[in-house]
Design a protein around this ligand. Sequence first.
Ligand code: PAF
Length: 284
Amino acid sequence: MQILKTRDELQGLLAQARRDGKNIGLVPTMGNLHQGHLALVDAAIKECDFVLATIFANPLQFGPEEDFENYPKTPESDYAKLEQSGCNVVFEPSVSELYPGGLDHQTQVTVPGLSERHCGVSRPVHFGGVCTVVSKLFNLTMPDTSFFGQKDYQQLQIIRKMTADLCMPIKIVGVPTVRENNGLAMSSRNNYLDESQLLIASNIYTSLEQAKIKIEKGERDYPALEAQAIEFLTQSGLKTDYFSVCNAATLEPATQTDLHLVILTAAWLSPTRLIDNIQVKIIN
Ligand code: PAF
């Protein structure tokens, strides 16, 4: 597995792969890899014959009060995991390699509407930063397919829309969330939690499952369901940012006639903010 740090090296290697007729799969990450990331690499290996993972903690997608400075960095163990999983190349640029003109006057890509609700309310700069860096990575690597976790469901929908709106000829694949035995979604931010907090955090998935079961049993009063879930999370020691039953495509509040729903939630276990979601298909 090659580890590349510069755009020139990367583009040279990818040009050769393309000349060789290889189908290129891109797995963008911010590093500190866990089983959830490796599931993206596995999916890429199944579908593509040349797999590139990127490791880049993107400063543009963190707000001023957020954890950019402390974001966990574990390059050696990341390389070992990627190598073992069969990844062909890792691109790990510095901030100045990806943003040579600095961050202040960087052209930004934004997806209006979808980016403004849910996580976008408490993280107003986040999705603009994500779309900007993902666009840069797409332009640099021109992959056939790119892989993103369903754990970041809103991000996945935003990237799908960005790709379609900007006519980017890239297939976007959403890969199912990988969970701990107690249901907690794997996340680099779980590293901030101690044993007892990890147990408390598993109630996030419990709240989603409980809501899903109620909907499957016929409950359609979604605001009431949301209120019950927030009460459950509060009792469990979590501070809810939002808990929303939504249309799975538009992420608008679900209506009585929607058949494919996603329940999105974010909660604080101070000072750590965790997100998760669950999809519900209503069969009449
Ligand atoms: O999901 C992530 O890890 C990041 O938002 C991404 C897509 C790698 C962009 O920095």
